[in-house]
Design a binder for this molecule. Structure first.
Ligand SMILES: Nc1ncnc2c1ncn2[C@@H]1O[C@H](COP(=O)(O)OP(=O)(O)O)[C@@H](O)[C@H]1O
Ligand SMILES: [Mg+2]
Length: 585
């Protein structure tokens, strides 16, 4: 329950709607609670009229009372409408705010966060869990207020008619409260299970979408089906248990309400003999008891809504309360000159406990091209993560232009760098927009996009698509080849005019001729740009100013291509092997 306290700030934000909602509830229920009294007066009046006067005058009375009853119904209904309009709308507004807040938090979180959490869970937080919370904010709150107000007003009217009978009729209520409490805690436990299973199911669905090509290629659709069916079965079973408890709930309430009705008739009947109560009074009590049926029955439902919502909000809070691992330490301007220095850097991945970088030191100066070569898993991509401060070193220091990386304005630094990651992400958008994603301002000219695509040697491919740069990529669009994706991604980085260009194995899907063309294009526009090339292919980096050979996260050899060949170590061995391989082709 405490977790829902987080939402109080939103109640304050929408306090006027909330307040009006309560006001409308009171007005609506006031008229509602007067209606049984009208019936009482009608019954008593008719009885009197029937004995005392003509049929005509009793008809007029009936019409009059009927008219008043109708009017009250209309007013009650109108304010009920307004109550929904204020409170339900408030809940939608808060839902909107909360979704935005959760999404903004997702954007804030760093690399480690996304390693810890499954995408299915993250998706569920922002859709399923927020919906649960909204049910609390809307129906949950509305029915609770309604119950309290209706209960108070009805009791007031009932006591006015007969305090004794009110007491008798209310006897089953504490019993009801107890049962509701029992049943709802059971429901709470069960619905937690249901939600956990739901997260699981989302993850399976999500993975099956992202991996659909692989699933088809490996012919694993059956197995995926089975996996999903198993999880859906778990969900079904858990839900059924919840349904049984839910189903027992209403009959119990109706039984207890029935008990109250019988008490009203039996005891009320006896009281009419002694003249303590009018016949109309009995009728009014039956109406009151029935009026209270739904609100009381809704207690169980509302309790389960609130409990589910509090479980959901707890999970949302868990995310919202996580500080971003890496916070920008400075907002002052930072103008990158081009020098990066690693000093005895060590980094271990927390989840795999793999020390990817060990005691690594190197320097890259302004305008230089530094290359890293090494087997897969030797730590090349990790170095780039460290430079962009997606992760912080465990030991050692990284300096940028002589300042410690963890003290400078990291956003500004990232703005001045462009990375072509090993795993390429394309958005479901046009080619032009995918390239201009890297640009700093929205109003980048089409010409510039084309120029960069030419540099990345992908323009001629794009021209072949019927819609050229407006061709849609992604799920419902065109699929690019691995090499085309890599070149598009290079164009995206170049559009940024980065002072630091990071290329993570981004020629791997290209033939050596294309690679050659792009590398020489890059050289042309290099100006004072520092470049880091990561590759496991020597051809991509033989022209670099300096080459570092990585072995299990450690610097094994260092020097220019010629120096390393002369050294006759790992590099020379790799070179000969790759040369032989390319000759075979
Ligand atoms: N996200 C990660 N979580 C855990 N371990 C990782 C992660 N990324 C890489 N590693 C491990 O760190 C080592 C270095 O990986 P990486 O820097 O990607 O190497 P490279 O780019 O040279 O192939 C590998 O052993 C790899 O298994
Ligand atoms: Mg890598």
């Amino acid at each position: 329950m405490r977790s829902l306290g987080y939402l109080n700030k939103y109640f304050i934000k929408y306090k006027w709607r909330f307040f009006l909602g309560i006001l409308f509830t009171v007005v609506s229920n006031y008229f509602g609670s007067r209606m049984p009294v009208i019936v009482m007066d009608a019954v008593n009046g008719m009885k009197h009229e029937l004995y005392a006067s003509t049929l005509e005058s009793s008809l007029i009375l009936a019409l009059k009372i009927g008219g008043v009853y109708m009017l009250f119904s209309l007013i009650k209904g109108f304010f009920l409408f307004l109550m929904r309009q204020t409170i339900i709308i408030m809940s939608r507004l808060i839902e909107y705010d909360l979704k935005n807040e959760v999404f903004a938090q997702y954007q804030r979180m760093g690399f480690a966060f996304y390693q810890r959490n499954r995408i299915g869970d993250l998706m569920n937080r922002i859709s399923e869990d927020v919906s649960q919370v909204r049910s609390y904010l809307g129906p949950g709150i509305m029915y609770t207020i309604n119950l309290v107000v209706m209960f108070a007003l009805c009791i007031y009217q009932m006591v006015k008619i007969s305090p004794m009978l009110t007491l008798y009729v209310l006897i089953p209520l504490p019993l009801m409260s107890f049962m509701i409490y029992k049943v709802s805690s059971k429901m709470n436990a069960l619905s937690k299970n249901v939600q956990a299973e739901q997260s699981m199911m989302s993850t399976i669905v999500q993975e099956s979408f992202s991996g659909i090509r692989l699933i088809k290629a490996y012919n694993r659709a059956e197995e995926m089906n089975d996996k999903f069916t198993l999880s859906a079965e778990g969900y079904h079973k858990k839900t059924m248990r919840l349904v049984v408890v839910n189903a027992l709930f209403m009959p119990t309430i109706f039984f207890l309400i029935g008990l109250s009705t019988i008490l009203a008739i039996y005891i009320g009947g006896k009281m009419t003999y002694t003249g303590e109560l009018s016949i109309g009074g009995i009728v009014a009590f039956i109406f009151f008891v029935n009026n209270l049926t739904w609100p009381f029955a809704s207690i169980g439902w509302v309790t389960s809504i609130i409990q589910r919502a509090s479980a959901s909000q707890e999970r949302i809070n868990e995310f919202l309360n996580q500080p971003a691992e890496i916070i920008n330490p400075s907002l002052s301007a930072f103008n990158f000159q081009g020098k990066i220095e690693f000093k005895n850097v060590r980094y271990t991945y927390a989840d795999s406990n793999i020390t990817a970088i060990k005691d690594l030191s190197f320097t890259i100066n302004k305008g230089e091209t530094l290359a890293f070569v090494g087997k897969t898993g030797s730590g090349k991509s990790t170095i780039l993560r460290l430079i962009l401060r997606q992760v912080d070193p465990e030991v050692g220091e990284i300096y940028v232009d002589g300042a410690a990386l963890n003290t400078i304005n990291i956003d500004a630094f990232r703005d001045q760098s462009g990375i072509v990651p090993q795993e390429i992400t394309l958005f479901s958008d046009s080619i032009a927009n995918n390239i201009s994603f890297g640009a700093h301002s929205e109003d980048i000219t089409h010409e510039r996009i084309v120029d960069m695509a030419k540099l990345a040697h992908v323009d001629h491919n794009i021209q072949e698509f019927p819609e050229r740069y407006e061709t849609l990529l992604g799920e419902r669009g065109v699929n690019l080849s691995g090499g085309q994706k890599q070149r598009l991604s290079i164009a995206r980085a170049l559009v940024r005019e980065p002072k630091l260009l990071l290329l993570d194995d981004c020629f791997s899907a290209l033939d050596s001729e294309t690679e050659e063309i792009i590398l020489s294009n890059l050289k042309k526009v290099q100006k004072n740009r520092s470049t880091i090339i990561v590759s496991h292919r020597i051809s991509s980096l033989r022209n670099a100013d300096r080459i570092i050979v990585l072995d299990h996260g450690q610097l094994a050899e260092q020097g220019s291509h010629d120096e390393l060949i002369a050294l006759n170590g790992i590099y020379a061995e790799m070179y000969t092997a790759q040369l032989a391989e390319s000759k075979e082709k």
